[in-house]
Design a protein around this ligand. Sequence first.
Ligand code: APR
Length: 239
Amino acid sequence: MVRGARRVVALTGAGISAESGVPTFRDAGGLWRRYRVEELATPEALQRDPRTVWEWYDHRRSFLASCEPNPAHHALARFFLGRGVAGLITQNVDGLHTRAALEAAGDAPADAALPVELHGVIARDRCNSCGARYPGEPLGDPLPRCADCGGLRRPDVILFGESLDGTLLARAQAMAAAADLCLVIGTGAEVYPAAAIPWTTRHAGGDIIEVNTQATSLTSVAAVAVQGKAGEVLPELLG
Ligand code: APR
């Protein structure tokens, strides 16, 4: 199916980075089983107690900087580079797909392998008032402010209850609609609108291949559901 597909899109979630040592969110040991979303990852929490929210993201940011892309990130990067058509959509904010794409491309343009990062990029800051973007820096005191408007800076990630970037979402939806195969890798497929991406391909007449260590709501609609670790399955599936 992968070889025969005309146009492939891939949607990834936290599970693809699990073998890089990055905790997932909802399965055993997941972050949202140990921490409270409403205290750490909502716009209300940011307004009420920005330092607590900042400290949580700053901690994750420095941890993620020490993680490396794994064979699943590398396999996807090589796959899309080889096809020359962008198809990678991720919910992850860890930047590991981008690093794998830049490594795979070497001196060549990495565009085809660069992901659409629907939930943002943890390594970046964004002004909470005017939206200006900045490279992230280690957290200090006072909290970082925007050089343009003086507004509070925040990690450039989508918090629960916030809308996704409309341009990125439209791009991802168009990619999914144009695809005849959607690979869904390491996501519980519970968080919308990202979870609708595979359905877009399906409704346009395409197929879904799921790669996950467990069953999800997509398993029964997938043409093929491969139960296994992304880092082991993807090099074989895309090689
Ligand atoms: N290989 C493949 N799949 C795996 C692996 C692995 N090595 N390890 C875990 N998984 C699967 C789990 O079975 C689970 O279905 O990865 C999935 C992870 O699901 P979630 O923790 O719900 O993560 P995700 O789907 O990415 O969450 C979506 O929720 O909190 C928000 O913004 C956050 O982007 C995130 C979004």
